[in-house]
Design a protein around this ligand. Structure first.
Ligand code: PKZ
Length: 131
């Protein structure tokens, strides 16, 4: 699992229990998964198709730094299946896990389109290969 993104839990991110609002966390996860898929599939037209069971393991509070991890579970024909975990940056305590997030690659008309990818690629390698 690679943890790419850090977030700082601010007052506006809290629920009435003064812990991190679950909906805010899911928004951050969806955005992270979409960005990851856009970069991997090299296509800006990617949508979230399916999010599996979500396990809120522990909570975060104001001032906590959290980090969002994503890894690829599977490359499909038009889809990319991701796994996600969010943890406290300082303690590494798990906050949430999402087993499966299915992102679908779309064509210009918004229909599923084969992405042709089979393995994780790194931008630095793409740049080196294009030299
Ligand atoms: C200039 C601008 C710069 C911007 C540059 C930066 C961008 C930075 C992004 C920021 C953030 C963006 C935000 C995006 C993230 C949202 O929020 S997207 C919004 C929410 N999602 C939607 O609106 C999607 C609505 N659903 C749909 O439109 C249609 O269901 C879809 C996605 C087109 C798929 O249609 P479908 O008929 O189900 O298609 P189908 O061919 O049957 O299946 C397609 C694939 O999905 C899989 N699948 C279908 N159903 C399921 C299921 N229930 N479970 C698992 N897999 C399934 C299939 O197995 C298939 O995969 P492959 O076998 O081909 O690999």
């Amino acid at each position: 699992m690679n943890y790419h993104t850090r977030k700082w839990v601010k007052p506006e991110d809290l629920n009435p229990n003064q812990s991190l609002f679950g909906g805010k966390l899911l928004q951050w996860i969806d955005e992270e998964a979409a960005l990851y898929a856009v970069i991997q599939l090299e296509n800006k037209k990617v949508v979230t198709k399916y999010i599996s069971e979500i396990n809120f393991v522990s909570s975060a509070k104001q001032g906590d730094i959290i980090e969002i991890g994503i890894e690829v579970s599977a490359f499909g024909s038009t889809s990319l299946t991701l796994k996600c975990a969010v943890r406290n940056k300082m303690t590494h305590q798990t906050i949430i896990t999402v087993e499966r997030i299915v992102m679908v690659n779309l064509d210009e008309d918004g229909n599923p389109s084969p992405h042709g990818k089979t393995k994780v690629e790194f931008v630095k390698d793409r740049l080196n290969n294009s030299l």
